[in-house]
Design a protein around this ligand. Structure first.
Ligand code: SF4
Length: 438
């Protein structure tokens, strides 16, 4: 078909890995129409802004990014999509210079709307209400030379009280295992070695159908040519002992690397958040991983200063987290989201106190990570090498348990796996190990 008036596009992405992967998919869709990525310093005909809405701050960032873009490229066709567009289409459409507002379900149908815009030249807002979205839109994107991101699930049915994702991304839905296996095979054929499974609530894969997440990972594990799989993040109640034991004992390519959202180490706060587990279940899962795979990387998300996190509960949470044998914490300050049940809860924590709690948790995280890295010193590790992050930077790679390693190796090792002996913590690159080939 082609759109002769629109030749180049620039892409702007905020938010999560899924958004970044979907922006790449949009790029591919437009490339198939002959619209190429605008060179640095050029003036794009189209600007695609893929927004996030995970916090109020994210909305604000989205708005100011859109304003900067419309000011800088007044003649460009500006398309705004992503969670902010889905949740507040009118607000987005009212920003001067925005031409097309696409919701989550319309995101990957961009060419249709550009085509319409070329014919009609009037502001289009196309947003399907979340409750009506049932379709799963595929996304499988290369992050860099070695790592690919395969979307296996979208949406969430959990409605945790602080979160708007279920409103922004809709009900939980996923494709058939056979489709995902085909995509993984295509990644292998294109030379990809590692696949990260992405989604909003991945463990919910297959909900309401006849397939399960456990069946999915066992099927993917058989795909030849893919050396490594990682599960980006999984709810603790869905990371069953069965899955943990399978990764530890039987899986060929699923790495000893887990990312599990805890959100709060206080029993009561978890209850107020309507999470589907308690601290007892969480601790059981972590201890099972540790006993099955002593050197597994366990990353944990924590929200600091949520509604109801009184000083006593905070102290309880802190003790719980300190004693948890995890590798690192990903800490976020609680942020109010309009329309969420959390806003009706008592016990607001002042913002400066939230930040103090973030700092305390960050300290704990740094200590834990350092100890974990220190434990790796002197060990043999299998590393999958990646292209340097910038020209002149050293080749780096990741161990099976997701530790970054730099070693005196040449570029020819990129995209291959080899063994190293870890010699110490890297002096100038943070969170990196030094190693020598072994
Ligand atoms: S599980 Fe809870 S926090 Fe995660 S996306 Fe669903 S509602 Fe949001």
């Amino acid at each position: 078909m082609g759109m002769p008036e629109l030749r180049t596009a620039a892409y702007f992405t905020l938010g999560c890995k899924l958004n970044f992967a979907e922006t790449s998919t949009i790029g591919k869709i437009l490339a198939s129409q002959g619209i190429t990525r605008c060179q640095r310093g050029g003036t794009p005909d189209i600007c695609v802004v893929n927004t996030c809405s995970v916090t109020q701050m994210a909305d604000k960032k989205g708005r100011s990014l859109i304003r900067r873009i419309t000011a800088r490229y007044p003649d460009a066709t500006v398309v705004v999509t992503g969670c902010y567009a889905q949740l507040k289409p009118e607000e987005v459409a009212s920003i001067p210079g925005v031409d097309i507002v696409l919701g989550s379900d319309e995101k990957l149908r961009i060419e249709e709307f550009l085509d319409r815009w070329l014919r009609e030249r009037c502001l289009t807002t196309a947003v399907t209400p979340m409750k009506d979205i049932r379709t799963f839109r595929h996304s499988c994107e290369r992050g860099d030379r070695t790592r690919w991101f395969l979307k296996v699930q979208d949406g969430c049915d959990y409605f945790c009280t602080y979160c708007t994702i279920p409103f922004a991304r809709g009900r939980s839905r996923s494709p058939r295992i056979s489709e995902l296996v085909d995509q993984a095979r295509r990644v292998a054929a294109a030379g990809g070695r590692e696949i990260v499974l992405t989604g909003v609530n991945i463990g919910d894969f297959g909900k309401g159908g006849d397939e399960t997440f456990f069946q999915l990972i066992r099927a993917l594990d058989q795909v030849e040519g893919i050396s490594r799989f990682r599960i980006s993040s999984i709810e603790p109640n869905l990371l069953t002992p069965e899955i943990i034991r399978w990764v530890a004992r039987e899986s060929r390519a699923f790495m000893p690397h887990f990312h599990i959202p805890l959100q709060s180490g206080s029993y009561e706060v978890l209850r107020l958040m309507h999470r589907r587990y308690d601290i007892g279940l969480f601790e059981d899962r972590v201890r099972l991983i540790r006993s099955e795979i002593p050197d597994a990387f366990i990353g944990v998300d924590v929200i600091a200063g949520a509604r109801g996190e009184t000083p006593e509960r905070w102290q309880e949470a802190l003790r719980f987290i300190e004693n948890l044998p995890v590798t690192r914490l990903h800490v976020f300050p609680y942020s109010e989201r309009p329309g969420t049940v959390a806003l009706t809860l008592d016990g607001e924590v002042p913002v400066h106190e939230r930040h103090q709690r973030v700092a305390t948790l960050t300290d704990i995280s740094e200590r834990k990570l350092r100890a974990f890295m220190q434990n790796a010193v002197g060990t043999e590790q299998e590393v999958l090498w990646e292209a340097p992050v910038r020209p002149g930077a050293p080749v780096h790679g990741f161990t099976r348990n997701y530790l970054r390693v730099v070693a005196p190796v040449g570029k020819e090792v990129v995209n291959t796996i080899s063994n190293v002996r870890v010699t110490g913590l890297h002096l100038s690159e943070s969170e990196t190990l030094s190693a020598v080939p072994s």
